[in-house]
Each structure stands twice: as C-alpha cells, then as structure tokens.
Design a protein around this ligand. Structure first.
Ligand code: ADP
Length: 650
C-alpha cells in the first residue's frame, strides 16, 4: 500500500537538486537548533561563577592535572600495599577494585584535560575575558543564529513547496489528460464528479503528503538527532535511560497510524460521493426546481456533507490524539532526566542503581545543558505527530490517484499507426458485434459497407443501436468482435488523429463552451478565417439569428449554451461541423430541434454541401430521408442496407 506513495516520492525526487538544497537547509536548521541550546552552557557557567571562560578553562586544566597527580600517587600507594603482602584475599580484591576505579576516572580526566587544552587557544583568541561581555556575545550569537536558522527554514520550506506544488500540478494535468483519453465507459466509471474530486481533493492530499515528507519528515528527526547527539556527548547512559519510554510511544503511534489512515480513506470516498451529489443536483437544476425537489436535494447534500463531517471529526480526533502521545514521550524524557540528573548532581554521584551514568560527577551547567538538549529534542518529537498525519494523508491520496493514472485507455493507438490518403474509398463494418457491458449485445454480427460519397440514413426504433453504430464508426468505442475498417484498415490500426480529422459530427446533445459564438464555431477548424466562419454559419442558417444579437458573433453563449434555444444551439453545432469541411459528416438527429422552415433551408444547403463527401445521418424525419441514397435499418442488433428508393416506396 506504500508503493503508490513511494512512487509519488520517486516522482518528486526527480527534482533532486532542489530537494538536496532543501535537505542541506534542513540540516543547517537542525544544527543551529542544537547549537543554540549548547550555547547556554558558557552563559550558565560564567553567570553562575562570575568568572570568565578563560579562567574557567584554566581551572579545569589545573583541576584535572591536580586530580591526575593525586590519583597517580594514590594508585602507587595502593600498588605498594598489594605487593607488600600480609593482607587477606578479600582486602586484596577491594584494593584492586579501587585501583581499577581510579584508572577509569583517570581516563575521563585525561580526556577532559585534552579537550580543555585544545579549547584553550580558541577561547583565548576569540572570546572576551570579561564574564558579562561573554554573556552578551553569546546572546547576540544566539539571536543571529536564530535569524539564520529561519532564513534556512524559509528556503527549505519554499523549495519543498515548489517541488510538491509542481508535482500536484503535474498530477492534475495527468488526471485531466487521462479523462480526455479514456473511452466513454471508462470515463463514466469515474464520472465528471470523480475526476473533479481527484483533481482537487486527492491531488491536494498527495502534495500535502509530499510536502510533509520532504519538509517535516526530514527536519524534525534531524533536530531530534542533533539534540540527542548533544545529550549523548554529555552522558550517553543518562540519555539512554531517558529514552526508555520511546518504544511504548512508538507502539501507540503505530496503532494510531492505522486508525488515521483508514479515516483518511473514508474521507476520500466521502469526498467523491459529495462531489457527485453536488454536481448532479447542479447540472440538473432545472429538473430539481421543476419537480420542487429542492428539499430532497438539500437533504441529500446535507446528508453527504454531514457524513463527511463525522468522518472528518474522527480523523481529527486521531490526529489530536497523536499530539498528547508524542508530547508525553517528550515530557517523559525530560522528566526522567530531570529526576535522574538532579539526583546525580545533588548527591555528587556518578552511579545510579549501580550503573555508571557519568565518568565525572555532573556539574550544574552540564546538567542544565543536558536538560536543554532533551527539551530541544522533545519539541520536534511533538511536531512529529503532524508529520505522521501528513504522510498518511499522502499515502491515501496516492492510493486513489495512481490506479486511475495507471488505467490504460481502451482507445490506445498502435505504436506505428497507419495514415491513409484522402479521400477514403469505403467504411466497412465486418462481422461487428458490440456490447457496452458484456451482457446485452447491442449490435450482433453486423456486416455493412458505406462507399465514399454515399449518403446514408440510419433509421430504426429507439434503443435499436443507431447511435452505437455511429460511436463505433467514430471510434468512441472499439467493437467487441469483428472490425470497423477504413479502406480495409481496421480503425484500431489507424492513427486516431487521421480518423478524427476526416469526421465532422453533430449529435443530439449539442456541447457548447461558455465562450463566444465565434469561438464555438471555430472549434471545428481552429485556423478558419472569420469569413469562413460566417459562411459556415450561413449554411447552417445560424447567421441571421447571430446577427440579431447586439454583440453578434462575440456573444457569449453561457455554460453549455444555456442562453440559446435548442434549435439555435443545433445550428451552431452544424456550422461547426460544416466549417470542419471533413470528408465524413455524421449527423445524429442534428436538426431535430430546428423549425421546419429553417430545416428545409438547411437541407437545401446540405444537399449542396454533401456533394463529394460521405454523410451518415440518423433521422426520424421523412424530409431528411429525401437526401439519402441508401437506408440502414437498425433493429434488434441487426443492420440491413437497402437503396433509398426502395425504402420510400415501401
Ligand atoms: P438508438 O440510437 O438507436 O436509440 P443506442 O445506440 O443509443 O440506440 O442504444 C442502443 C442500446 O445500447 C440501448 O438499449 C441502450 O440502453 C444501450 N446503451 C447505449 N449507451 C450505453 C452505454 N454507454 N452503456 C450501456 N448501455 C448503453
């Protein structure tokens, strides 16, 4: 289930230079975060003792040297006692132990001495000798490094957002392309509501996930690592002791994770349903109002949003729960360390329950910085819960998006498609059977050919399969069996572009864009001149009514052309098809809404226009039949072709 999200991350990692820069910034942020806390040490030290760091370090060197000397003498005395003999075995053992302890302490002191000596020239050269000046210097450094830290943080945030937003844009484009490329059955599986939800909601989820992964999921753990490393250097045993709570919390986070992911998944499916309800009611708003179904639709919408709210609340509950859990880890860490550390300092001990915690007894500044480091680590631990949520959301988004993007279109073009010369000679269906759903056969073993220049009328009862026949010829679907061929080349082997450029189609459902009339007609052939557009409009009997609009061809038609009448819309669609000047003209009840007088004029134009091209028209009107050379009767999945003269006589 992670795979899809990993793929998204891999997609993102294509912009690795940016991400690398972001990572370096993050590392800088984490380092400065730890350094700021470490800077507390000299401040506490000089404030507490009222002496300069130079003195402090010199004293450390002197102390260590004295101690080493004293230990050396002690060890020698003890050795003498051992070799002198005359003591019991038990006493011998205890003396040996003492020697071992002292040697161990010497090692620690030796390390301290070495580090103090190495530090000395730096302190002498770069730090002021006055204690207060030292504090001032450190404070200024802290402020400056905080400023720098935020510059780095800003850079890293912007870099990651840039990458994530780029990805979500790419995804949106890909989803959109997919929607245009799928065959109609595949399209309907998602529906426009589905695609809408994917483009908005899911793409956001995914890009959010990517942002958190490359942002927080890197910075916060780095901060934790920086602070824990600091704490480790002071006392690794004590640090480990403080981390005992971590596994418990980790376990709870895993559980919470699972809950959160399932909640995110539910949210997503609800979002799909909710888009669906909304788009449907809004697209059919006339029907809703005409049948006074507003309360019903309102209720449906309310239900679907309420459902979404419930699941959203559950999601937020788990998300909120993640906060206390991670915070308990942080505070638990700090609390344990305070208790243990304070005990060690107060009692000047190095061991607790017989376990050595530090080589040296803890000093107050040391333990303070140690606490500081742990507090510094606990804040990013708390923020980690948000990171976990973000990643979960991203995973769910990726799971929903990638399978859609992976769906291969059934209308895939061959790798080396044919391009045929124009005009074609013949369109033929050879033993074609077709079913939309694999259950009902709409067309059964159809064998029919249409020659170039032929004018064919398709007739038959509703639901007989007339539109299906056209869908196959235009390759909106591929046949279940048999082939549709253009000049003996199956359409599946032909370039889709080559096929579509030959076809101009007008269907019953005219589809218009919310643009000007000019734009809508020009859609037929984008490089057409305004004169050509007007000529096409005249042929389709559209010019007169367009001219009467105050803005003429510049009139905006409204969403789906709602400002125009059905007949006007059809005429614009016809003009668009005429403008295309294609060799195959397909008219599916294209003049059904046009008044009889205009229709006759259009037919007249059509009879001249259809010279030298193939025309395939579905019609119920006898007047249109007059244009036809032959008739295709579609009934019960069977298609019979006969000359039009015979048909009219019958
Ligand atoms: P006609 O154009 O002759 O009225 P169609 O070709 O539109 O008939 O439809 C033929 C049959 O196919 C009908 O029974 C219809 O229910 C079915 N049909 C049409 N489109 C689809 C579709 N997208 N999915 C499933 N069945 C469909």
């Amino acid at each position: 289930f992670m795979n899809y999200f990993l793929r998204a991350l891999r997609d993102a990692s294509k912009s690795w230079p940016l991400l690398l820069a972001a990572f370096l910034c993050s590392a800088g942020v984490a380092g400065l975060w730890g350094a700021n806390i470490a800077a507390l040490f000299p401040v506490i030290e000089v404030t507490l003792n009222g002496e300069s760091l130079q003195n402090w370090n010199e004293k450390r060197i002197a102390d260590a040297q004295i101690k080493l000397e004293r230990h050396g003498q002690e060890i020698e005395q003890l050795r003498d006692r051992l070799t002198g003999g005359g003591i019991s075995e038990a006493a011998q053992q205890s003396v040996q132990n003492k020697i071992n302890t002292l040697t161990l302490q010497d090692k620690g002191d030796g390390a301290l001495l070495a580090s103090a000596k190495a530090l000395q020239p730096w302190i002498e050269n770069y730090l002021p000798s006055d204690p207060f000046e030292t504090v001032l210097l450190v404070v200024v450094l802290i402020v400056m490094s905080t400023f720098l830290k935020h510059c780095l943080l800003l850079t890293s945030t912007m870099l990651v957002s840039f990458v994530a937003m780029g990805i979500s844009r790419d995804l949106r484009v890909k989803i959109f392309n997919k929607a245009l490329e799928l065959d109609r059955t595949q399209f309907m599986n998602q529906g426009s509501a589905g695609f809408m939800a994917q483009v908005t909601h899911t793409a956001d989820m995914l890009s959010g996930g990517i942002t958190t992964t490359f942002g927080g999921a890197i910075t916060e753990p780095l901060k934790i690592i920086a602070c824990l490393t600091g704490a480790f250097c002071i006392s690794w045993q004590l640090t480990l002791a403080c981390l005992t709570l971590a596994p418990v919390v980790g376990f709870m986070m895993v559980w919470l994770n699972r809950k959160m992911r399932s909640a995110s998944k539910n949210i997503l499916s609800q979002a799909l349903g909710f888009h669906h309800v909304m788009l449907e009611a809004l697209n059919n708003v006339l029907t809703v109002q005409a049948y006074t179904m507003e309360p019903f639709e309102r209720q449906r919408f309310r239900d679907s949003t309420t459902q979404m709210m419930k699941i959203g609340l559950r999601h937020n509950f788990y998300r909120a729960l993640a906060n206390p859990i991670t915070e308990v880890l942080g505070i638990g860490m700090v609390a344990t360390s305070i208790a243990v550390g304070a005990w060690l300092v107060i009692n000047k001990e190095t061991q607790i329950f017989g376990v050595t915690m530090t080589e040296q007894p803890m000093t107050v500044p040391g333990i303070m910085v140690f606490f500081g480091m742990l507090i510094g680590a606990s804040d990013p631990v708390r923020k980690l819960s948000g990171v976990i949520t973000g990643i979960n959301v991203g995973i769910v988004g990726a799971q929903s998006l990638y399978p859609l993007l992976d769906t291969p279109s059934k209308l895939k073009e061959k790798s080396n498609p044919y391009y045929l010369p124009s005009p074609h000679r013949e369109i033929a269906l050879r033993n074609v059977s077709f079913s939309y759903d694999g259950i009902d056969t709409v067309l059964n073993n159809v064998d029919v050919a249409i020659n170039f220049g032929e004018r064919v009328a398709i007739v038959g009862p509703n639901g007989g399969g007339k539109s299906t026949l056209i869908n196959l010829i235009c390759r909106f679907y591929d046949p279940t069996e048999g082939t549709v061929e253009l000049d003996n080349v199956p359409l599946t082997e032909l370039a889709v572009k080559d096929l579509r450029r030959r076809i101009a189609i007008v269907t019953q459902q005219t589809e218009l864009f919310n643009e000007t009339i000019l734009y809508n007609i020009r859609y037929g052939r984008w490089d057409a001149t305004e004169e050509e557009i007007e000529e096409a409009a005249r042929k389709a009997r559209a010019h007169d009514f367009i001219d009467e609009f105050p803005e003429g061809y510049k009139t905006k038609v409204g969403p789906n052309g709602f400002r125009l009448s059905g007949g006007q819309r059809q005429r614009i669609a016809l003009a668009r098809a005429f403008l295309r000047n294609a060799e195959i003209l397909v008219l599916d009840e294209a003049t059904s809404q046009i008044d009889v007088a205009s229709e006759e004029l259009i037919h007249e134009a059509l009879s001249r226009y259809v010279e030298n091209r193939t025309v395939i028209m579905i019609t119920h009107r006898p007047s249109t039949l007059a244009l036809a050379d032959s008739i295709l009767e579609v009934e019960n999945g069977q298609v019979t072709k006969r000359p039009a003269a015979n048909y009219r006589a019958a």
